[in-house]
Design a protein around this ligand. Structure first.
Ligand SMILES: NC(=O)N[C@H]1NC(=O)NC1=O
Length: 174
């Protein structure tokens, strides 16, 4: 789908197609729809980023809380969204050995107890070793630092999900 097609979508179709570019946050697609037409994919991405940045800190934490744990219960029970399942599989989260799986579960729990929201990282940009290392390191941060860091990761995930749905600006020019 190119950006012109995106701009021509009805509100309902727009939310159906783009509703999960931020995990389980269709409200964000619903909010930016009125900003059409977007000249480029990057302009659409910018509208989403601006909406997220304008949220109060509690709203940003809410966005983080919509994310499933990496290698967590949803992955085991097959209840991840399609996007999250593919991302987690790409980083090997569905094939952890039992030592790594228990380390991940323990650190995810520790992180959530400390901050009140889950650890979020763009799985497509990291491998298993990197994810485990960052999870362990980021547990030491302050809450405000982690809130901002998690939101930056949400934006990276969003960009890659948008690119999978909408031809990139470069591809549009071909
Ligand atoms: N918790 C967390 O980071 N979840 C995610 N990361 C990602 O790339 N996809 C997700 O669902």
């Amino acid at each position: 789908m190119d950006i012109a097609t995106v701009n021509a979508l009805t509100y309902e179709d727009f939310v159906n197609v783009l509703g999960n570019v931020v995990e389980k946050c269709p409200l964000i697609a619903a909010a930016v729809w009125s900003g059409r037409p977007f000249l480029t994919l990057t302009a659409l991405e910018a509208a989403i980023r601006e909406f997220i940045d304008a949220l109060p800190e509690s709203g940003k934490e809410g966005v983080l809380r919509c994310h499933p744990d990496l290698a967590g219960r949803d992955l085991q029970s097959g209840t991840l969204t399609r996007e999250s399942r593919e991302e987690q599989a790409g980083a090997g989260m569905d094939a952890l050995n039992s030592a790594d799986a228990s380390r991940m579960a323990r650190l995810n729990q520790e992180y959530k107890e400390r901050f009140g929201f889950p650890f979020v990282i763009c799985a497509r940009m990291n491998d298993k070793a990197n994810i485990l290392r960052q999870l362990s390191e980021r547990c030491q941060n302050e809450r405000a630092v982690e809130r901002a860091r998690g939101i930056e990761e949400v934006k990276k995930i969003c960009r890659l999900r948008l690119e999978a749905l909408v031809l990139t600006d470069a591809a549009n020019k071909l």
